[in-house]
Design a protein around this ligand. Structure first.
Ligand code: GCB
Length: 583
């Protein structure tokens, strides 16, 4: 799905602002900022604790100047499920909180007229949502205390009342979290553009269009000079002496493809780069690439998971400060604005579906057909949305499924998704699946990927505080993976750290311990050329569900939630300066 654009043929009006809002059961409409999660916008505890429906509404006008155009509404993300109505009549519905959807309204609101737009948002999570909610009555990191009659009775009460029990470790933020826009474009219009560049400058292209017209593509260099053009809905263009999109600190050179179809125009920035796996290396533009940079969340004070360009720019500038070159969109597809920023700034992205927490024991059908069908849809939508971004170099099918309890079932669930990602992606990027710390010798799914990604917390959740033992265990596991002959990314490792807590003799939770922990684990990684990535957990402290293991959220950030560096951030900044592992 194309990102909205205002140009000579199209208009996109951002409907962001202060809308009306009420939780199900409340009478009064209250102000709410869009885009943002609703949960942190009020001191009313119901905003964070709410389970179920919430309602948003606003009034907008279709400009008279839109007469004769195809008019639609585009929702970049509503978390998790949405039902949209226009002047009280159902317009569209969408499942899943991290990808866009669109509905045409050309014949529903006349140019020059206004309409009420209402969005019903559902934040409930369960076995058939992505991310996965735990219907069995146990909170992530909560203590089960099975068999205690009073605790069991309390859990029953929670279930009757309705409770969200995320099987994941980030706050279940909800609402209209990304922009909503009113779009106008010619009735005969471009629906999609696909570009597949190669290093020799050839660019395969395809334009999908609705209605009558003839198609054309022109390519311009970064100074706006034309460098190639072709007629027709598909074909191959050739850029003479192409400048490549190189990751930071190289130059992420961007060209612009201008597609025209009848009266319609769409402009897409893209880069010439290639990515593939060869032996135990990931090659970017034919050269071994090493991923280094902390995993992220879309998370900031007040906004929750709401898109904010200022937060995004600040974060990417902090990536530059860290000398980092990559992150994974843990644990869901990020806002399109962030990917455009990474294209521009040369930050490499591993794009992840929202499939986190699949297959917890006792979940009933942990690898059920219904979830698989929905997962396929989400994967397809993510690839369709992000396929042209040069920054996206790999797909992650999901994070930390249970691949250990039922190894064959897990393989039978994940491997078809791996094949599907390869089939759907015109650029045929490598595919990974991020494995949980478990008995890795039983895992069939993660080793079947192009790149093995493993989250490991030696020295934190296990062997806690004992760094020599953590190193011993880490090295033993790396010995195991080395034999596979595939590239490996240590896709998460980290230690909760309270900013300002210090100790001369490093102990868990101090800033010194976090820095020592990373030095110890990195020493193991440095010995292994097949380790092509180190992506610490996490860039910044972030909001989570409350629980006995979380004091004001997850504190594994290299930065605090308001983006102040801890000691470990300074350590990584030094480590990653002129870092040339494997090249
Ligand atoms: C993990 C998860 C991540 C958590 C992290 C932690 O393995 O992938 O979502 O936040 O551990 O800090 O426990």
């Amino acid at each position: 799905m194309l990102y909205p654009q205002t140009n000579a043929a199209r208009a996109a009006i951002d409907l962001s602002g202060v809308w009306d809002f009420r939780l199900d059961g409340q009478e009064r409409w209250q102000p709410i900022a869009v885009p943002a999660s609703y949960n942190d916008q009020s001191a009313d505890p119901a905003y964070r604790a709410h389970v179920g429906l919430a309602f948003y509404r606003t009034r907008f006008t279709v400009p008279a100047a839109f007469a004769g155009k195809r008019v639609s509404l585009r929702f970049d993300a509503v978390t998790h499920d949405a039902r949209v109505s226009l002047n009280g009549a159902p317009l569209c519905a969408h499942r899943g909180g991290f990808l866009p959807f669109e509905a045409e309204i050309t014949d529903l609101v006349a140019p020059g007229e206004s309409a009420w737009l209402e969005i019903e948002v559902d934040n409930r999570i369960g076995h058939h949502t992505l991310p996965v909610g735990n219907e069995g009555g146990t909170a992530f990191f909560g203590s089960d205390n099975p068999g205690i009659p009073s605790v069991e009775a309390g859990k029953r009460l929670q279930r009757e009342r309705g409770v969200n029990l995320p099987n994941f470790d980030f706050f279940n933020y909800a609402g209209v979290t990304r922009p909503v826009r009113l779009l106008a474009m010619p009735r005969a219009h471009i629906e999609d553009v696909t570009l597949v560049p190669s290093l020799d400058g050839r660019v395969r292209y395809e334009i999908a269009a609705a209605g009558e017209g003839s198609a054309r593509v022109q390519i311009f260099d970064a100074d706006g000079a034309p460098v190639a053009e072709a007629e027709g809905e598909r074909g191959t263009l050739s850029i003479p002496q192409p400048k490549l999109w190189e990751p930071w600190p190289g130059t992420p050179y961007l060209y612009t493809a201008r597609a025209t179809f009848g009266e319609d125009v769409y402009e897409l920035r893209f880069g010439v780069r290639e990515v593939r796996v060869e032996g135990a290396k990931v090659l970017l533009n034919g050269k071994p690439f090493h991923f280094h940079g902390p995993c992220k969340h879309e998370d900031s004070p007040f906004r929750g998971r709401g898109t904010d360009d200022c937060v995004n720019v600040t974060d990417i500038n902090l990536f530059h400060w860290l000398n980092a070159n990559a992150f994974r969109t843990s644990h869901y597809p990020y806002a399109e604005e962030m990917l455009a920023l990474c294209d521009r700034e040369g930050i490499v992205v591993i794009a992840e579906t929202p499939a986190v927490g699949i297959g917890a024991p006792g979940e009933g059908e942990p690898y059920g057909w219904a979830l698989a069908a929905y997962h396929r849809q989400v994967l397809a939508d993510m690839i369709a949305r992000d396929k042209n971004h040069p920054c996206v170099v790999m797909w992650s099918l999901g994070n930390e499924p249970n691949t250990e309890a039922l190894p064959q079932e897990a393989y039978d669930y994940w491997h078809p998704l791996y094949e599907l990602a390869h089939r759907l992606d015109p650029q045929n990027r490598p595919v990974t699946l991020v494995g949980c710390q478990n008995d890795y010798t039983r895992d069939l799914a993660v080793p079947s990927m192009d790149v093995v990604s493993v989250n490991r917390y030696y020295g934190w959740y296990n062997l806690s505080g004992d760094l020599p033992a953590a190193q011993y265990a880490m090295r033993m596991e790396l010995d195991y993976w080395e034999k596979l002959g595939k590239p490996l990314i240590l896709s998460e490792y980290g230690a909760d750290t309270v900013a300002g807590l210090h100790a001369a003799a490093p102990e868990m939770f101090t800033e010194e311990f976090q820095a020592e922990y990373y030095k110890a684990i990195n020493a193991c990684l440095d010995e292994r050329p097949f380790v092509v990535g180190e992506t610490p957990w996490n860039f910044a402290d972030f909001g989570t569900q409350q629980g006995p293991m979380r004091a004001g959220g997850n504190r594994k950030g290299l930065f605090t939630r308001d983006r102040r560096p801890k000691l470990a951030a300074h350590y990584f900044r030094e480590r990653w300066k002129d870092f040339h592992k494997g090249e």
